[in-house]
Design a protein around this ligand. Structure first.
Ligand code: PLP
Length: 569
């Protein structure tokens, strides 16, 4: 079956480029927050009927499915999926030259349909075409797999192939929004496309119309550490990108850096609007890249996607219209407290039942349950709770349960060790504090956990959490955050009202010892007593999480800001 794209190409569009897009659990084309954010952005665009087209690589072999043995060692299983179940192939193809070979790129059309009737097309690029050399057929297979050369080829397909594909399909593009630097090569394609007339400029070096390209590009950076930004040695760049596909090397170096091709630098130099993903992250980005004007648009999550069924019913009853107008959450105190608690217990039971069935544990419905689920990588410090096991055991014996989930990138040894340490702590705390580590964290499991625990814990090493979004998902389900003051929580935190902070003020240097002390102290003296002895005060915190966090930290609010501050400029 093939479908036609023409219903989408009549009006000009914003093109949203992202290496990963997470729409649903059974389409494993994402690895974590970046992809889920992209999916949520597109869903809000569909709800609000914005003129957008999104584009990504197909990654048909997915990210990976996680298995964990009894000691917490991870194995990675292939997570191949069948695009035919979700989308339809388009007829059009474009050619991109890689290592001197012609690589044909085809496309699939997935349509995000909102309950409002809005629709956003997502174009998935695919090089697995019979006319391609075997190694080229694999370029769009694996998300974040392979070596540097493989990654660069993927970025050539996304940036250059993607831009060509949009034109080939008949799209008129008003802005190119790069969600992280993986798609920066689209800039090269635009520089070539909008070259000035050589007869008019006389000097060959003046044909590159950087101003024109800049006026078309919007760039969102997500990475608060220099090492996390994609950089490629020019030896690899020159090998992979045939001359026919690029601009002269001195032009490339002028915009993308002299030592390496730095994808972030390329995007910074040729975008008219640049933003970080939280206010603190803007500051960190400005220090990392002095001289660039960097704005802040704090991330948000798609309210309808991340609100569990029992809370959806509650919001429909007391806050009708909330899903397409989350500002209405400001009136959350209209919802009676006992109904909030009932809805929460419904979600909690569902999660506890699932956790018990998966792990064979006997967690109970009434114990204070802490949730911690996110990519298992060292800076997130998932095992911080176990810094002093004796102390934790004293504080939480019989009163605390913890639910974990999270995958480590296959090459992230420190991340894998961290998971292993959680399993060791779990053994030592047996009979005192039940701990479940649920395998294969993805969108579906995230939905269960962010709605079914009592407190959402986050312990990143500052300032490495650019934004974080899972805490916003928790807030949508009335769950207070208990977190380090980093990323979005600096903005969302009101002590004792929307949740609790861990550690010192965000402008002081990171201080792990202090963080741990604060974690135990607040757990023992504030959170546990409040949960068990003053349920109505606890429910008030839940209400505030909705009114003061969900109200603001949603992707409707976020995309409205992109529209007014970046797209229509
Ligand atoms: C929301 C989400 C994330 C991002 O969570 P953080 O708070 O940024 O760590 C990662 N993975 C999945 C599956 C998610 O749903």
């Amino acid at each position: 079956m093939t479908v036609s794209i023409s219903e989408f190409t009549e009006n000009p569009k914003i093109a949203y480029f992202s290496m990963e897009i997470g729409i649903k659990g059974d389409m494993p084309t994402y690895s974590g927050g970046l992809g889920v954010l992209a999916g949520d952005t597109i869903k809000s665009a569909a709800d609000l009927e914005l003129p957008m087209v999104a584009i990504t690589n197909l990654t048909k072999k997915g990210y990976f499915r996680q298995e964990l043995d009894a000691s917490g060692r991870q194995t990675e299983l292939s997570d191949e999926w069948d695009p035919n179940k979700f989308m339809a192939p388009l007829n059009e193809k474009v050619i991109v030259h890689i290592e001197g070979r012609e690589v044909s790129v085809s496309a699939w059309l997935y349509i995000v349909v909102s309950i409002t009737g809005g629709k956003i097309p997502i174009i998935f690029l695919d090089t697995d075409n019979p006319e391609n050399a075997p190694e080229d057929r694999e370029i769009t297979h694996y998300l974040y797999g392979g070596d540097e050369t493989y990654r660069l080829k993927q970025e050539v397909i996304l940036g250059i192939g993607g831009t060509r594909m949009l034109s080939r399909l008949g799209f008129e593009i008003k802005k190119y929004h790069m969600n992280e630097g993986h798609s920066s090569l689209l800039i090269i394609e635009l520089l070539r496309r909008y070259k000035k007339d050589i007869e008019k400029v006389w000097d060959e070096r003046l044909v590159w119309d950087a101003d024109k390209v800049r006026s078309l590009c919007v760039f969102t950076t997500h990475t608060p550490v220099a090492a996390g930004h994609d950089k490629f040695p020019y030896s690899i760049v020159q090998k992979v990108m045939s001359e026919a596909e690029t601009v002269p090397i001195d032009v490339l170096k002028e915009f993308g850096g002299h030592e390496h091709l730095n994808m972030t630098l390329l995007a910074l130099n040729l975008s008219h609007y640049i933003n970080g993903v939280a206010k603190k992250h803007r500051e960190v980005s400005r220090d990392m890249f002095p001289g660039y004007h960097i704005h802040a648009i704090t991330n948000g999550i798609h309210s309808f996607t991340w609100t569990c069924d029992s809370f959806k019913r509650l919001y429909d009853k007391y806050l009708p219209g909330w899903a397409n107008d989350p500002d209405i959450f400001v009136r959350s105190s209209r919802i009676p407290g006992d109904e909030i608690w009932k809805a929460h217990m419904e979600a909690k039971k569902e999660l506890i039942d699932y956790a018990n069935q998966e792990t064979g544990l006997k967690m109970n419905y009434d114990a204070l349950t802490i949730g911690f689920a996110r990519r298992a990588t060292a800076y997130k410090r998932a095992d911080m709770l176990f810094t002093d096991i004796e102390r934790l055991s004293r504080i939480g014996n019989g009163r605390l349960q913890i639910i974990y989930a999270g995958k480590s990138h296959p090459k992230d040894e420190p991340g894998k060790m961290m998971v292993h340490r959680i399993f060791e702590a779990k053994k030592r705390l047996e009979g005192k504090i039940e701990i479940a580590y649920l395998k294969n964290y993805n969108i579906d499991l995230a939905s269960k956990i962010v709605s079914g625990v009592d407190v959402w814990l986050n312990t990143p090493l500052r300032p490495l959490e650019a934004s974080g979004t899972s805490g916003m998902k928790a807030a949508h389900n009335g769950i207070p955050n208990f977190s380090i003051l980093d990323g979005w929580w600096i903005e969302g935190h009101i002590e004792g009202q929307t949740g609790w902070s861990i550690g010192p003020h965000p402008d002081t240097p990171a201080d792990p010892a202090n963080d741990v002390e604060d974690l135990y102290r607040k757990l023992e003296t504030i959170i546990i007593p409040l949960f068990y002895s003053d349920r109505s005060a606890w429910i008030e915190v839940m209400q505030n999480a909705i009114a003061k966090n969900a109200y603001y930290f949603n992707s409707h609010k976020m995309i409205t800001r992109y529209v007014t501050e970046a797209y229509f400029k």
